[in-house]
Write a protein that binds this ligand. Structure first.
Ligand code: G4F
Length: 318
């Protein structure tokens, strides 16, 4: 069988490993998506995040330079809308000043600028994709979108009573990862190396994301109370397969999930990507929610069947 995919051991904190790998592979393109990417966790391990997400990018760029691959190897740096942090402009474009609000975003800010610097200093094809939140059924279980779709699936199937969340007021510009990966590829296929914002241009509260996810499966909810006492209560169930009923409390607040400094509102202006790359998203938020809900319900139904036949799975994450 023809082999078209090879996995190598790599570590962004190990320069010699990076240099040896790039020397061996001689890549045409590198997509640096490597990071400790959980914003809240970055407050607990800021030094590790600076090393991996910040200096890790420098290690890749330096390896390309040391190996004299500047004219062969193109590099994509996964920059992030978290750079905008306490936003200085609405919506955020390539020209909006950065104001990072977490150790993660500060590390990513170094990575952003070192990428720009290596492009300008050594004429490397090095680009930043400033991607706004992008999700899919493969999203890690601790990011809010997946936490909600997994949590709702468990509640519907009677595996747990409710979901604990943090700041419901936060607004994010959520897109489908499938669309965003296409944009990454397009960024590296251009004639000139440039930086691009990739976003849908629509922003939605965490509170509304959860409401729409419940609605998709035929469960209506209302929010009551404020602050730490806010709760989501079921007002109607249209599908008798589900193990929830009117009056059930399905979302509560836990202050553990609040961050020391928060990014309140993100909404991207992807005009440049639309004009220069011909990119625009094919999926909207409802498509994304449907895709994630369908996948998680299927996953937990499979778990239930496995458990019934004596196999056990532990899918408890927060
Ligand atoms: O899903 P989140 O953890 O994503 P966040 O912080 O926006 O970062 C993600 O997107 C960035 C792109 O802009 C990436 F750079 C980054 O690596 C990551 O992929 O949280 C989204 C919002 C936050 O405001 C958070 O405070 O949801 C709020 N939230 C409310 N309750 C929660 C929860 N977030 C998490 N993770 N868990 C909660 O229970």
């Amino acid at each position: 069988m023809e082999k078209n995919f090879t996995l190598h051991y790599g570590d962004l904190t190990d320069s010699t490993n990076i240099i040896r790998l790039i020397q061996q592979i001689q890549p045409d393109e590198i997509y640096n998506l490597g990071a400790m990417s959980h914003v809240h966790v970055s407050f607990d391990e800021p030094e590790y995040v600076a090393n991996t997400d910040g200096i890790g990018t420098l290690r890749l760029l330096e390896a390309i330079r040391i190996l004299k691959l500047e004219q062969k190897t193109r590099i994509y740096q996964a920059s992030t809308s978290e750079l905008y942090g306490k936003v200085q402009e609405i919506p955020q474009s390539e020209k909006t000043p950065f104001y990072p609000r977490s150790p993660y975003a500060v590390a990513k800010m170094y990575a952003y600028w070192i990428t720009v610097n290596y492009r300008e200093a050594y004429n490397m094809f090095a680009c930043n994709g400033i991607l706004f939140n992008h999700e899919s059924p493969l999203r890690g279980e601790t990011f809010v979108s997946r936490k909600i779709t997994r949590g709702i699936s468990e509640v519907l199937l009677g595996l747990k009573k409710n979901i604990y969340l943090g700041n419901l007021n936060a607004k994010r510009d959520w897109g489908h990862a499938k669309d965003y990966v296409e944009a990454m590829y397009l960024i590296l296929q251009q004639d000139t190396a440039e930086d691009y914002v990739i976003a849908t241009g629509v922003t939605t509260e965490v509170r509304e994301f959860a409401r729409r996810a419940f609605k998709y499966v035929g469960v209506s909810i209302d929010y009551e109370g404020t602050g730490l006492n806010e709760k989501a209560i079921v007002t109607q169930v249209e599908n008798d397969e589900w193990k929830v009923k009117k009056g059930d409390i399905v979302i509560e607040i836990d202050k553990r999930y609040f961050r020391p400094t928060e990014v309140d509102l993100l909404i991207g202006d992807a005009t440049k990507a639309r004009t220069k790359l011909g990119w625009s998203p094919k999926h909207n938020l409802d498509d994304l929610i449907q895709n994630m809900m369908d996948a998680d319900i299927k996953l937990f139904k499979k778990d239930i069947l496995l458990n019934q036949s004596g196999f056990t799975q532990n899918r408890q994450f927060e």
